[in-house]
Write a protein that binds this ligand. Structure first.
Ligand code: PEP
Ligand code: MN
Length: 263
């Protein structure tokens, strides 16, 4: 179902009037973790004013340490819903457990499946049954074929609205947190009709490299970018080192819109 052989034309997904896929570049941005309502609303207004379409924010966080902040859970989802009502942005948030798919689906416009769960097949099945568009991140060690087969699990439940997100893979390189595999953009597009976006925040792990790699992703043909932003990145509750401030974010949006228009 994910293959070009099954469907020739690119899949274009309309999420409450926000288009993903096709010619226009989609910008998703927000904090790694939802913190406070005031902080989230300030970020949402910035995303909206800069021309972004989606607000991201983690309410259930897959942290490397069990002692790190794990997210506000449903309270965080409620804050995201308030931000959507105030701005009209679409909202996207991660779901980590099959049992939480129904709850998260009550609030979000797009379910995010995180890199660590790319091959969590029970979770993929539940996300497929939810009826919500699903953004499937590539696993840290997932091959393109494994990733497309993971997408297949969602599609096989009758849910055609899958967005792929390249977020960097594990390589021998330690200068960056992950290696954003831009080969994956044209490779996936040759194999699949599904839209693919890039996440240069997790793909680099360092804020200085996020903007150039966002540009590169769009130049490679990605349908959009998802990035982490915060009014004071150093104080972000998670992923501070890769988080952009508002000026950096506005410059990034300007860049990717110009590159997309030139293609
Ligand atoms: C995130 O988007 O904050 C996140 C945890 O991403 P990933 O699953 O790509 O690590
Ligand atoms: Mn993050």
């Amino acid at each position: 179902l994910a293959s070009r052989a099954f469907k020739k034309e690119d899949t274009v997904i309309d999420v409450r009037g926000h288009i993903i896929g096709g010619d226009k570049v989609t910008v998703m941005a927000g904090p790694c973790s939802v913190e406070s309502l005031d902080n989230l609303l300030e970020i949402a207004e910035t995303v909206k004013a800069a021309g972004g379409q989606f607000l991201r924010g983690g309410a259930f966080k897959p942290r490397s340490s069990p002692y790190s902040f794990q997210g506000h859970g449903e309270e965080g989802l409620k804050m995201l819903a308030i931000a959507r009502d105030k701005t009209g942005l679409g909202i996207i948030s991660e779901v980590m457990e099959p049992d939480k798919v129904a709850l998260v689906s009550e609030y979000v416009d797009i379910l995010q499946i995180g890199a660590r769960n790319m091959q969590n097949y029970p979770l993929l099945r539940e996300a497929g049954k939810s009826g919500k568009p699903v953004m499937l991140k590539r696993g840290l060690s997932g091959t393109v074929d494994e990733w497309l087969m993971a997408a297949e699990y969602i599609l096989a439940q009758g849910n055609p609205n899958v967005i792929l997100c390249e977020r960097g893979i594990r390589t021998f390189e330690t200068a960056t947190r992950n290696t954003l595999d831009l080969n994956a953009v044209p490779v996936v597009q040759s194999l699949s009709h599904l839209p693919i976006i890039v996440d240069p925040s997790h793909g680099t792990g360092k804020s200085a490299f996020v903007r150039p790699m966002a540009r590169a992703g769009v130049a490679a043909g990605a349908s959009g970018v998802i990035v982490e932003i915060h009014p004071t990145p150093a104080k972000a509750w998670s992923d501070a080192a890769q988080t952009l401030d508002f000026d950096e974010f506005r410059a990034l949006v300007d860049d990717v819109e110009r590159i997309s228009a030139a293609l």
